[in-house]
Design a protein around this ligand. Structure first.
Ligand code: ARG
Length: 472
């Protein structure tokens, strides 16, 4: 007979027992469930519902269960449906009938809502530390290969040169916003539902604030119906997980391209590469691919919880049990992904020569040349046109932009009236001006604005990131 079975005369169909059971999943809440129960017992003691001796026996028993849990000796009975019923039964096995007072003024509905908040709070703290480690890996690589120059792209086509350090710091920015989203979610979820009962409150003058404080909550929920039915925090955390995974996935995608020998910008270390069972030549960035792949499930998890919630009337409905698999699975995938990507980035072997060669290709300094002409008095739109024809002239003879001849420059400048008006045409220094601005170093240095890729700006951004994250 189930612990809730008083009003039943028949046994539960075994298919229903199997179908409704959640112990395999919610065993992850065991430590939080014990914490919640101990605080609840203390609270019942403070209002005199339990005597001091009963409190002592109950707390001692619960601590005993925690020791069994930590030692891996806690025996769970799948017939007992979930972690709450299992722990209550195990407590009774340990301390006898006084355990039957534990559930006074409490329902599994406010209990599971409490446990899940405690679990999620712990998870967020772990995730935050893992994101910091990932950011440190990015910053470490940026410091190690700070001078490397990438051909920055838009539309996947060569655009403008950027420092690799600048590119890596872009990911640190994304991850820093992710930390903020987790912190926001943590702030909102850190409210105690205990005392909400099944849906309507509890028939005892519970010390809700005292229990909340003991559990490290910042306050107590204001509405019992909302408190047992609310899984907004699961949605928020899953959304934050999905977005963090999307950020890791974008980086993973870049790693897969960069490590292709056609690019040859990086080599993924042996420890983070895998081979092929058939092709002896293969060297695959599987960890990065799996981060990208697992992002699919993380995005799906957000849809999963939202879909569970969308049709639920107040208050608790059993559907809510389906909150745990996506939450636990997604958080785990994120933690594993952060750990593996941090390792991959720390061990990444950069080829600055190949990067530089690619940055020299594709006329990535054309914008810098146009900007130089603007500084010499040419309207931007005209400068854009002039440099466009210089690019075409250079491309026609597969030369680089810093190798355009005085004749090609004169031809390009000649066409535009406002260029003629600027007084540049025919001046001897114009060739030096254009060819000087067309070097990658010149182009980089000119992007000297807060948030830009000029080396001095990146150096300052890197120092700021290092100060924020600390060493390690
Ligand atoms: N296993 C349940 C869950 O995760 C616990 C609460 C069950 N409450 C109930 N009245 N059946 O949501």
């Amino acid at each position: 007979m189930q612990r809730w079975g008083g009003r039943f005369t028949g046994e539960t169909d075994p298919r229903v027992v199997d179908f409704t059971r959640s112990i395999e999943i919610d065993v992850a809440l065991a430590a939080d469930d014990i914490d919640g129960s101990i605080a609840h017992v203390h609270g019942l003691g403070r209002i005199g519902v339990l005597g001091a001796d009963e409190v002592a026996v109950l707390v001692d028993g619960l601590e005993g269960l925690r020791a069994e849990l930590d030692a891996g000796t806690l025996v769970l009975d799948p017939e007992l449906e979930d972690i709450h019923m299992n722990l209550e039964a195990a407590l009774e096995g340990r301390i006898g009938s006084v355990a039957r007072k534990l559930h006074t003024g409490r329902s599994r509905n406010d209990q599971v809502a409490t446990d899940l908040r405690l679990w999620t709070r712990r998870a967020i703290d772990r995730v935050d530390a893992a994101i910091v480690s990932m950011e440190r890996a990015l910053v470490g690589l940026a410091e190690r290969e700070g001078q490397a120059i990438l051909p920055g792209t838009t539309h996947i086509q060569p655009a403008q040169p950027v420092l690799l350090a600048h590119h890596l710091l872009a990911y640190a920015e994304m991850l820093e916003r992710d930390r903020g989203r987790f912190a926001d979610a943590r702030g909102r979820l850190n409210v105690s539902p205990l005392g909400s009962g099944a849906l309507a409150g509890a028939g005892y003058p519970l010390d809700r604030n005292g229990v909340a404080a003991e559990l490290g909550f910042d306050g107590i929920s204001a509405n019992s119906l909302d408190a047992v039915a609310d899984r907004d925090f699961v949605v928020e955390v899953l959304a934050a997980v999905a977005l963090t995974m999307v950020h890791l996935s974008r980086l993973a995608e870049e790693i897969t391209w960069w490590s292709n020998p056609r690019f040859g910008f990086v080599r993924v270390a042996d420890a983070f590469s895998t081979g092929s069972s058939m092709m002896p030549n293969k060297r695959n960035p599987d960890p990065a691919e799996l981060v990208r792949g697992r992002t699919g499930a993380a995005i799906g998890a957000v849809t999963s919880i939202l879909t569970v919630l969308k049709g639920l009337p107040l208050a608790y409905q059993r559907d809510l049990q389906e909150d745990k698999p996506p939450l636990f699975g997604s958080v785990r995938a994120l933690e594993e992904s952060l750990a593996v990507m941090a390792g991959l980035i720390e061990a990444l072997i950069v080829d600055p020569v190949r990067m530089r060669e690619a940055a020299d290709d594709g006329y990535t300094t054309a914008t810098a040349v146009a900007d130089a002409l603007v500084r010499a008095g040419v309207p931007f739109r005209s400068a854009h046109h002039v440099v466009g024809s210089l690019v075409a002239a250079a491309e026609a003879r597969t030369a680089r932009l810093d190798a355009v001849t005085d004749d090609e420059i004169a031809a390009a400048l000649g066409g535009a009236d406002d260029v003629a008006a600027s007084g540049l045409v025919g001046r001897t220094e114009i060739g030096a001006l254009i060819r000087g601005a067309a070097t990658v170093e010149g182009a980089l240095a000119a992007l000297d604005v807060h948030g830009g890729t000029a080396p001095n700006r990146v150096k300052a951004a890197l120092a700021a990131a290092r100060t924020r994250l600390g060493p390690g």
